[in-house]
Design a protein around this ligand. Structure first.
Ligand code: NDP
Ligand code: 2IT
Length: 446
């Protein structure tokens, strides 16, 4: 049940943003958590902080025309939602996936506000992307698309304004093409305008690994808080992209056994533990499909068209996409001995799934806390760019680990403060919200 004031705010969000179901879901989850904050802080309601947070500061939608290898003209739609800049320049990734529409970009941008706030670093929230599908496209097609996309986006971004990065479908290759076109159009080597850059042109150590590593560091803290660790734990990961691969790498370093991972075609089961070198070869070098993994490793099996959540595991790291864990999946996972969930992906668990996890007493780390290591390391990249410095891998990883520990501890202490011990969802939403709200109050009605 929503607090009365929040209920009318939520009705307004539904009315003003018809059909944007993922955005509604993300807003609802935050509103469900912050009722008790309003009791303690009437000034937030008086200044209509929540109504303002739910309305993006600026939304940009644009045409992206480009030519494919056959000489055919293609048209996609580009988005950048600049959601909230109370804490710093808008910051958040770009997603290239055929499912992208305004509702997806707004859900991601909304989540990003609170996630970025949780990092404690000076970054506002934003997100962007396109319904462009990079799958099956040649490098040259991807480059032409990225150049066209940036030909519009460049006028809206800047190191003090809005700083994009990667997300689904946008990795090192795309960031290179995007930065190259920005540099060409503006005639400025403005490294801090985008993060996730290659190490040879202003990128930062550990940014590539940061989301996956950070998620595992977060889960490690949750396990420690319960007197246990990754050592010897059976782990299931969804996805096999940037977040999943480096989550697997860190779990293996901490002594866990990752027995399964997936892509949109199905999952691979490898009881001896996922062979990371083989997975990287197939996914990162060949840009291939996951069934190839089972073809090359005798004892592994590929299970097409089914959810990876049917595989028993003590730790689950959903790292593919939104709403991939249903209430039924969650019930199966709990019945199979689940102990902890760390969300590498954004909003991968449905509200029904979250309820199942929480009622079963699972250590459940929501995405805006558990996957904040990616954007936090982006902020470290901005810091290095601003000082024309570059840090070592070891130092950067240590910073990341400290940031994740700090987020974990603040989620727990905030949940305690509000009488909901162990509730990382409430802790993350309340702590993330308070910092943004206080900054908005301080900045006046803007
Ligand atoms: P990638 O594009 O590198 O990989 C995505 C993986 O998820 C692929 O294995 C892909 O399979 C699978 N996947 C994507 N969409 C779907 C879908 N609709 N259904 C089933 N499987 C799907 O993306 P990332 O690893 O960067 O991102 C994964 C998640 O992590 C996203 O939710 C993203 O928002 C989140 N995230 C990413 C951060 C980052 O720094 N990159 C930071 C924080 C969160 P297939 O190849 O078959 O499509
Ligand atoms: O969802 C996310 O936090 C990201 N895709 C990373 C954003 C960033 O700016 O590094």
């Amino acid at each position: 049940m929503l607090h009365e004031k929040l209920s009318s705010i939520y009705d307004n969000v539904l009315r003003r943003n018809p059909g944007e179901i993922e955005f509604h879901q993300a807003v609802r989850e935050v509103l469900d958590s912050i009722g008790p904050v309003l009791g303690k802080h009437p000034e937030y309601a008086e200044s209509k902080i929540i109504e303002r947070i739910c309305e993006p500061e600026r939304q940009i939608i644009f045409r992206v025309p480009w030519m494919d290898d056959q000489g055919q003209v293609q048209i996609n739609r580009g988005f950048r939602v600049e959601f909230n800049s109370a804490l710093g320049p808008y910051k958040g990734g770009l997603r290239f996936h055929p499912s992208v529409y305004l509702g997806i970009v707004k859900f991601l941008g909304f989540e990003q506000i609170f996630k970025n706030s949780l990092t404690g670093l000076p970054i506002g929230g934003g997100k962007g992307g396109s319904d462009f599908d990079p799958k099956g496209r040649s490098d040259r097609e991807v480059m032409r698309f990225c150049q066209s996309f940036m030909t519009e986006l460049y006028r809206h971004i800047g190191e003090y304004t809005d700083v994009p990065a990667g997300d689904t479908g946008v990795g090192g290759r795309e960031i290179g093409y995007l930065f190259g076109q920005y540099k060409r159009i503006t005639n400025r080597y403005e490294s801090g305008v985008i993060t996730g850059k290659g190490l040879v042109y202003g990128g930062a150590q550990v940014r590539t690994e940061a989301t996956g590593y950070g998620c595992v560091f977060f889960v490690d803290e949750m396990l420690k808080a319960r007197g246990t660790s990754f050592d010897g734990k059976r782990v299931v990961v969804s996805g096999s992209g940037n977040v999943a691969v480096y989550a697997i790498e860190k779990v293996e370093q901490l002594g866990g056994l990752v027995v399964a991972c997936s892509d949109s075609s199905g999952y691979v089961l490898d009881e001896k533990g996922i062979d990371l070198a083989l997975l990287k070869q197939i996914k990162q070098v060949e840009r291939g499909r996951l069934d190839t993994y089972a073809q090359r490793r005798d004892h592994a099996t590929f299970v097409p068209g089914r959810s990876v959540w049917e595989v028993p595991g003590e730790v689950a790291l959903p790292s593919a996409t939104q709403n991939e864990i249903t209430g039924d999946d969650a019930a199966t996972m709990v019945a199979n001995g689940l102990v902890a969930v760390g969300e590498g992906a954004n909003m991968p668990t449905t509200p029904e799934g979250i309820k199942v996890f929480q009622e079963a007493g699972i250590a459940y780390g929501p995405g805006k806390a558990a996957n904040a290591g990616g954007v936090a390391t982006s902020a470290l990249e901005m810091q290095q760019n601003a000082s024309r410095d570059s840090w070592t891998f070891e130092f950067s990883e240590q910073r990341l680990q400290e940031i994740m520990r700090d987020i974990h501890d603040r989620c727990l202490s905030t949940a305690d403060e509000y009488g909901m011990p162990g509730n990382y969802v409430a802790g993350a939403n309340i702590d993330g919200f308070r910092r943004v709200a206080d900054a908005m109050l301080a900045l006046g009605l803007i």
